[in-house]
Design a protein around this ligand. Structure first.
Ligand code: PLP
Length: 367
């Protein structure tokens, strides 16, 4: 299939439209992007600058700096992985590409609503994808009956923020074990856990688990492209390492040095951002009590039915909000075919932007 025939990322397509509207002088508030509104912590900016100034600008090992992999093992996984079980990659997106390419699965299963990157990546590799709607009763039994050799999960989930209970994770693992299937766990939103129940799938002893995480969302580094994959299967990590050698060579060396002392899920600036988004989530519930039942366990989004705005179709609603309210959201169809009646609204914005946006949305919500 030619690239032009593939479906573009819905959130990126919306971001492009917002950019064009702004260029034409129209004011638009974007609740479309999965990006933080803050800048990276000064220690990271200083660290990258220092690395540049001291000439740490050359190729690094394709696995990533050893000190960085050690820091990831220690700060994210209580040293459950060894440094050679981690590969530093240019973002989770590319990490998942390496994993799927290396596993060469017959069929991938995703739990919808799901981030559209999983299907897109599988499509690039011509791997068939089957989806399971996890909002419908009986989804676990349906998953058990489904045929797949890779299951991709995301917790907290994009777009609906769902965080798995430990009992659900155990069920997923037992289903995968019975099929000898690989389990890819995308944990990119792990620090945004308002439910206080998030756990990494690395805490469970299933050897075919591949955990993916990174600094895009937690450290405000979406444009710097740094993340990692971790797995007890050294052969898989080695296969991904080989792919990386040929595709990217390595993650930007100054960025790797720059984040060395900050690669942890807990520091003052990060805590402040999480607190801000928790307050935003709360403010939306208070302002629009009809959205409160959709308050996410985690991540950065409300995923809500268009019917709350008097529309049946999420795409029609997104168009209307953009044209009439100057608010950009992402239509739900991007997250699975059962979700065309939904929209995703990001709340990773400043308090002032949130308040202005909510004012503009007020006339469109059914009270
Ligand atoms: C669930 C999920 N995984 C991965 C990514 C991409 O992460 P990265 O910037 O590390 O490639 C996104 C970005 O929106 C996401 O929502």
């Amino acid at each position: 299939m030619l690239a032009a025939q593939r479906k573009p990322s819905a959130s990126m397509a919306m971001a492009e439209r917002v950019r064009q509207m702004r260029e034409r002088g129209r004011e638009v508030i974007s609740f479309a992007m999965g990006d933080t509104h803050v800048s990276p912590a000064p220690q990271i900016v200083d660290g990258i600058t220092r690395a540049m100034q001291s000439g740490q600008t050359h190729y690094s090992s394709a696995r990533g700096l050893l000190e960085l992999r050690r820091a990831i093992c220690e700060h994210y996984y209580h040293a459950k992985y060894q440094d050679d079980q981690i590969l530093v990659v240019p973002g989770v997106k590319q990490g998942i590409y390496y994993v799927l390419q290396s596993l060469a699965p017959k069929r991938v299963c995703v739990l919808e609503p799901a981030w559209l990157g999983y299907k897109a990546t599988a499509n690039l590799l011509n791997v068939p994808v089957v989806s399971n709607d996890q909002t419908q009763p009986g989804w676990v039994d349906r998953l058990r009956r489904e045929t797949f050799d890779v299951l991709i999960v995301c917790t907290p989930n994009n777009p609906d923020g769902k965080v798995f209970e430990a009992s659900e994770t155990e069920q997923l693992i037992s289903i995968c074990a019975a099929k000898e299937a690989w389990l890819i766990s995308d944990e990119i939103y792990s620090v945004y856990d308002y439910s206080q129940k998030w756990h990494s799938l690395s805490e469970f002893d299933y050897k075919r688990t591949i955990v993916c995480n990174g600094l895009s969302k937690s450290h405000a580094l979406t444009g710097l492209r740094i993340g990692w994959i971790a797995s007890h299967h050294r052969d898989l990590v080695d296969a991904c390492f080989e792919a990386q050698q040929h595709i990217a060579t390595c993650v930007s060396t100054p960025v790797q040095y720059g984040v060395l002392d900050m690669v942890r899920p807990d520091f003052a600036e990060l805590r402040a951002t999480v607190k801000q988004y928790e307050a935003n989530r709360q403010a939306i519930c208070q302002r629009f009590p009809r959205l409160a039942p959709y308050a996410p366990d985690g991540a950065l989004y409300f995923f809500v039915p268009a019917s709350l705005f008097g529309e049946r179709d999420g795409t029609a609603l997104a168009e209307k909000l953009l044209d009439e309210a100057g608010i950009a959201v992402v239509p739900g169809e991007a997250y699975g075919e059962n979700f065309s009646g939904f929209i995703r609204m990001s709340f990773s914005v400043s308090e002032a932007t949130l308040q202005t946006g909510l004012n503009q949305l007020t006339p469109f919500l059914i009270q």
